[in-house]
Write a protein that binds this ligand. Sequence first.
Ligand code: GTP
Ligand code: MG
Length: 318
Amino acid sequence: MAFQDIKPVEKADFYLDVAFRRAKELSAAHRLKVKIITKLQKSKELELYKLEVVKGNLLSDLGKLTKAFPSIKDLDPFYNELMKVTLDVDYLRQSLGSLGWARDKIQEFHRSYAGRIRSSTDIPTLNRHRQAFYGRISSVMKQIAKHLAYLEESRKIMKDFPVIKTSLKTIVITGFPNVGKTTLLYKLTGSKPDIQNYPFTTVGINVGYIKTGEEKLQLLDTPGSLNRFDKMNNIEKQAFLALRYLASAIVYVFDLTEAYPLDKQVELYKAIKKSGKPIIVYLSKVDLTKDKELVERFEKEYSALKTVDELKAEIIKL
Ligand SMILES: Nc1nc2c(ncn2[C@@H]2O[C@H](COP(=O)(O)OP(=O)(O)OP(=O)(O)O)[C@@H](O)[C@H]2O)c(=O)[nH]1
Ligand SMILES: [Mg+2]
């Protein structure tokens, strides 16, 4: 699903202006082609032509918008949940629905006013109907203005959704902030996102891939400390949902240099273990860890791995 490709949703007036401008431009050219004798006939021909252009433009713009947005119910569970936690999906559904409503209304008014213009017997009457049509159409667009605004708000949120291949086997790397998750992703997959020596460097989900023969594995490096769902921000919620919906296995990173208290790191490990998914424990920064007994204890207690090669082999084995 290409959440990133949705084009900006404009304000109602923008679509109206474009449609009216287009009608004006095209009718200027069309005027030259009209070979009808009476003034009334010529006016009819031109006004009907403009109505058609206005209608066509708006229907096309609104149709494109509808198509650009994903159909929520057809989404993979991860993205489906992600939409639910980051957006008001009921309102989004209503907003998308309003596009269909507007299209119907525009078509209906077009039919009705084209008929009235066609049967007008003088130019003032014809002009009155034309004005009325434009008024009706403008009012329809104004009625969906708030929905267009919400579509644009949603688009901005969705464009920051991580680009994840939900069909691939996925391993999620997690652990406390600054423990070395992104560094590990880089060592495992060669993908080179931002790595800094301060917590919360990673503000989205980083993605990398390992090829094992025919199969491709997807590795996700998730930010945040995943404590309580209701207190999480959108990015942390993404991480949580990735663990729940995408992870076939989890790599939990311990930093024994105690950037964060070890008991807290163990607590989070235990919470994540409850998910029942296979967990591999990796010890980062062993080169900096002075307490060798601690390293040994973790190797025993958690079957922890210290080298990237061992870890890679274990991941592939899984
Ligand atoms: N010496 C040493 N430094 C490491 C190791 N792994 C990570 N670091 C350093 O630790 C710091 C944090 O690494 P990151 O990979 O950004 O940690 P992170 O867990 O992704 O951090 P957040 O994204 O902020 O949660 C960086 O300065 C890394 O260079 C390691 O094995 N040895
Ligand atoms: Mg990181």
